[in-house]
Design a protein around this ligand. Structure first.
Ligand SMILES: Cc1ncc(COP(=O)(O)O)c(C=O)c1O
Length: 404
């Protein structure tokens, strides 16, 4: 039994409220317990019934209330509704992390002998889960080069159940043409998943293109403060029902404190996204002009191979900028990372604090050079995740690091 009080309700309105109005108010009761304005934080792992008859009524009438915290918590109801409202979907299911959400969806949809096709530019742990772990259950994963739609279609067999891509991809920031991606899925009767962590609903809403499932690592922009782990899957109520049920068995629910932090972080979602989009573009433009830079990957730059798709489908291009340092080996590249003073050297992105990393070191250090070539991770690559600091300060800092 799951606690799914009020999920999937559409808010009655003549037009969709603005981003911040939704981010602040959507999903929340106007009058809350204890009359608190902020969402209350409830830590209980279990929820009591007044009598045995109440337990029976709850079971027989499928009442919507909390029972045991692995199935759902009072705090997540509001945040799930808020996330569904931002994404324009019926229902959101919250997880303990983005990876828990990915695993939760795959375990819900896939059976032995099924196949998954995914674009190969992706978060390395998502790839690892498919290649190393789904294979142990007889699920075959086929990787095709990012945005190669003919190759994706050619990789589909009668056993294919799911097409997967990030958009934009991490760390190359390739942008998927969602119309083409969805058309392939529909032609072959295969479900589609977009991990839109790097875009956020502010920049693109894949459900509007007909994608079946949208996934976010809410650890990133949605939480926005580098202080929580969470993940979310959004889709139709019908598709989310088995997903939620399996989550209750997996125990992959977000903890109440993380849920509270996400709820709080979301209040400033639009303000942060505006700033992070602006910072990303400013930094990318600066880097593109800099003589020490060989190449910049940022979908808001005309030089980016997916600029046209991005212009057509995205509202802004996010705070993540990836670039290659000209004529630098991995140590010279690392020296630039070590010289910056504002961003911290850390994995992750989307928080208020800027972060910087060298993908070779942070995520691919144990790979062979051949694997790194295959994944498109050169030694001189730097991934810069803009926070909400002032763009001029970020640029001055990076300039001194490049020119020292
Ligand atoms: C694009 C993308 N998807 C999923 C994840 C996994 O999210 P989490 O770290 O919240 O498990 C990440 C994490 O870096 C990511 O970058």
């Amino acid at each position: 039994m799951s606690n799914n009080a009020g999920r999937g309700e559409k808010e009655p309105s003549r037009r969709e409220p603005g981003w911040s109005t939704r981010a602040v108010h959507a999903g929340e009761a106007r009058q809350k317990p204890t009359s608190a304005v902020a969402e209350p934080l409830v830590f209980s792992s279990t929820y009591s019934f007044g009598s045995t008859q109440e337990v029976i009524d709850y079971i027989q009438q499928n009442q919507q209330r909390a029972e045991y915290a692995r199935y759902g918590t009072p705090g997540e109801v509001a945040v799930e509704r808020k996330l569904a409202a931002l994404e324009g979907g019926d229902e959101a299911v919250l997880y303990a992390s983005g990876m828990a959400a990915i695993v939760g969806l795959f375990m819900t949809l896939l059976n032995q002998g099924d196949e998954v096709v995914f674009f190969d530019e992706c978060y390395h742990r998502s790839r690892e889960f498919c290649v190393r772990h789904l294979s142990r259950f007889g699920v075959v994963t086929r990787q095709v080069a990012a945005c190669q739609y003919e190759a994706m279609e050619a990789a589909i067999t009668p056993k294919t159940r799911l097409l997967v891509s990030e958009s934009p991809t991490n760390p190359h920031l390739s942008v998927v043409d969602l119309e083409r991606f969805v058309a392939i899925g529909r032609r072959h009767g295969v479900a589609t998943l977009i991990d839109a962590t790097l875009a956020t609903p502010y920049n693109v809403r894949p459900l509007e293109y007909g994608v079946d499932f949208v996934l976010h690592s809410a650890t990133k922009y949605l939480g926005g403060h580098n202080d929580l782990l969470a993940g979310v899957l959004i889709g139709s109520s019908e598709k989310m029902e088995p997903v939620r049920k399996l989550r209750g068995i997996m125990g992959a629910i977000a903890n109440p404190h993380g849920t509270y932090l996400l709820q709080r972080g979301l209040k400033t979602f639009e303000l942060r996204m505006e700033r992070q989009n602006a910072n990303g573009l400013a930094l990318a433009r600066f880097l593109e002009q800099h003589p020490r830079v060989e190449r910049v990957y940022y979908p808001g730059l005309e030089s980016h191979p997916y600029y046209d798709v991005a212009q057509r489908t995205m509202r802004g291009f996010g705070g993540l900028v990836t670039f290659l340092v000209k004529d630098a080996d991995w140590r010279e590249t690392a020296a630039i990372v070590d010289r910056v003073r504002i961003p911290r050297i850390a994995p992750s992105l989307g928080g208020v604090e800027s972060l910087i990393e060298q993908p070779l070191v942070m995520s691919y250090f144990e790979c062979t050079p051949e694997q790194r070539r295959e994944y498109g991770i050169p030694d001189n690559m730097i991934r810069y995740a803009c926070g909400i600091e002032n763009a001029d300060d970020l640029i001055d800092d990076l300039k001194q690091a490049l020119e020292a």
